[in-house]
Design a protein around this ligand. Sequence first.
Ligand SMILES: NC(=O)c1ccc[n+]([C@@H]2O[C@H](COP(=O)([O-])OP(=O)(O)OC[C@H]3O[C@@H](n4cnc5c(N)ncnc54)[C@H](OP(=O)(O)O)[C@@H]3O)[C@@H](O)[C@H]2O)c1
Length: 341
Amino acid sequence: MKKIRAGIVGGTGYAAHELIKILSRHPMADIGFITSKSETGKKVSAYFPDLPADLEMQFEPPNQNEFQSADVVFLCTPHGESQKWVPKILESGSHVIDLSGDYRLRSSESYEHWYAAKHTDEANLVKAVYGLPEIYKNQIRGADLIANPGCYPTGALLSLIPLLKAGAIRPDKLIIDAKSAVSGAGKKPSQITHFVEANENLTPYAPGHSHRHIGEIEQELQRAVQEKTAVIFVPQLVPINRGILETIYIDRPVVKNQTECIDILKDFYRAAPFVRVLENQLPNIRMTAGTNRCAIGAVYDDDTDVLILINSFDNLLKGASGQAVQNMNISFGFDETTGLI
Ligand SMILES: NC(=O)c1ccc[n+]([C@@H]2O[C@H](COP(=O)([O-])OP(=O)(O)OC[C@H]3O[C@@H](n4cnc5c(N)ncnc54)[C@H](OP(=O)(O)O)[C@@H]3O)[C@@H](O)[C@H]2O)c1
């Protein structure tokens, strides 16, 4: 099989860094170009000294001619920025995998609600495939525009969809408590992410029904069971570099038995190489950090009639760049696991 040529836009960010590491070892893809507005002309391996020094390429300015030469372009840009590039890249004949939130929601109304901005590329927004491979593998095959899921939605959807589909839980009020590493917020420090604020601290932000990932989670849960769901979500920032741990509380589940829940999850993911359902153990951050895996555990408490689902995954890999490569592998007909651990 011939190798494909991949391009990366937004090359100096955290997600791009992980992508470069994966793609520079990928047996079926070569990196054709890496663009950067802020570091144009700089050698990529000088900017990221942990990359092999023989990676000779330099950051280039984003350029339409380059897009034509690529089979796939990964957009590692912020939301709002990706939608400026997608129409141009698709026109040039290349496939796009967008890591931002620009193409994850199914309508421009929903985008406007959750992102407080108008979408400028509605035609492609409605065509994009939501790139959660464990749920949408058939649609991802050959897709020319893949919206890579958000980090928080990845773990929440992988935990909830199988149980909802099996009727083991109802799509009522779902409470998600999520703890994320600081890299989840990108490279530019903010009031809550700069070292002195984040270190030795734990900070909740956007609690309730306000974080924009809720739109994506509710949309995909609703698609899975054709019923409206309501998610209460409390994200928290923890002073670690990478990893997310989510605890999901389901009051009065239909199935009142931990083993039965685990069996449903195991059955659903029996052919999924990157989801590990745990039987006698609970997920923790270290278990999945540095991998493309999501670990899921379940506990049923019969005193209170509450089912607790816990998941962990690496926000930069299964929550971003690892999943993006998994999508590329499926889309181009390679083994799903190629280049990933
Ligand atoms: N971090 C995560 O855990 C995570 C998880 C899932 C999804 N995502 C999404 O993936 C995308 C990249 O995330 P990231 O964490 O790598 O972000 P980041 O560290 O902030 O990097 C984003 C890069 O985009 C480029 N860029 C282009 N136009 C920009 C603009 N107008 N403002 C700021 N940067 C601009 C910059 O690179 P140049 O200056 O080199 O062009 C920048 O380094 C985002 O959409 C993010 O929401 C991130």
